[in-house]
Design a protein around this ligand. Structure first.
Ligand SMILES: Nc1ncnc2c1ncn2[C@@H]1O[C@H](COP(=O)(O)OP(=O)(O)OP(=O)(O)O)[C@@H](O)[C@H]1O
Ligand SMILES: [Mg+2]
Length: 250
């Protein structure tokens, strides 16, 4: 149960061409996430979502401001899921699961198997990534990220490379896993419908990396995309975004 504090965070990148303008990826944002919540970061392409996750994970550094990610006052353990599963092709599914773990005890193997089972991949332990579909590989990546029991799980558009039906089924798997484990999750997506189905809260970023809106979603989990309450809320929030007035960034 992690606590994330982002304060006055800004990130500038150098001009992409000589004599051009600096790129404002993130402009002075503040927010806090505390506890076992599923939070989505939503916004159009280029509005700083991945940059924000990179800073939270320590891969990148802020230009100004700060981020802290703690668990009971200590630095939190992080897990990641990316757009692609990033499995090692020469290792079996189980070896890929074990690769991120500290020990190879029977208990540890049983734990990895438990998470594979939760995403419906009991039969794949000895298979290699090349023998799995893209959706199955992504399920391994998600099971692996949950299996290390991180305090905070960072997910960057994990379903965006998948076809619509596979993405829908993986959302159900993700909700199942999350309902059982209740990790703190920061989930980046540009898909508003996906965010409404999965999240307790949606932080909306606008171009220039500013917070445009911060919305609480108070519906029980897991949620079915076909549930009329979910569908109504999705339509309502999507409607708001279609009328999005983008704030000017100086
Ligand atoms: N390493 C980098 N060097 C220079 N500019 C960068 C770098 N990383 C990101 N940017 C710029 O910062 C801005 C935000 O990029 P970012 O990747 O965070 O957007 P995003 O919201 O994740 O977009 P997408 O939805 O397309 O993944 C963009 O204008 C991008 O060109
Ligand atoms: Mg991105």
């Amino acid at each position: 149960m992690a606590k994330v504090t982002v304060s006055k965070l800004a990130k500038l990148f150098p001009p992409p061409i000589k004599g051009g303008d600096v790129v404002r990826a993130i402009t002075n944002i503040d927010f806090e996430v505390d506890g076992n919540v599923f939070v989505s970061i939503v916004g159009p392409s280029g509005c700083g979502k991945s940059t924000l996750l990179n800073i939270l994970s320590g891969v990148d550094t802020p230009t100004s401001g700060s981020v802290t990610v703690t668990e009971a006052g200590k630095p939190a353990k992080l897990g990641y899921v990316f757009q692609d599963a990033r499995l090692l092709p020469w290792r079996s599914v189980m070896d890929n699961m074990m690769y991120v773990r500290d020990d190879a005890s029977d208990e540890s193997v049983a734990n990895a198997a438990k998470y594979l089972s939760m995403v419906g991949l009991d039969h794949t332990h000895e298979m290699f990534p090349g023998q799995l579909s893209g959706g199955m590989q992504q399920r391994v990546g998600i099971a692996r990220a949950f299996s290390v029991e991180p305090d905070l799980l960072l997910m960057d558009e994990p379903f965006s490379h998948l076809d619509a039906m596979t993405a829908r089924s993986l959302r159900d798997h993700l909700q199942e896993l999350w309902s059982r484990t209740r990790k703190t999750v920061l989930f980046v997506t540009h898909d508003v419908m996906e965010a409404v189905q999965l999240s307790d809260r949606i932080i909306v970023l606008a171009p220039g990396g500013v917070i445009y809106d911060d919305i609480s979603i108070d519906l029980p989990h897991p949620r079915k995309a076909s549930d009329p309450k979910v569908a109504t809320l999705q339509a309502e929030i999507l409607g708001q975004f279609e009328n999005m007035q983008i704030p000017a960034v100086e």
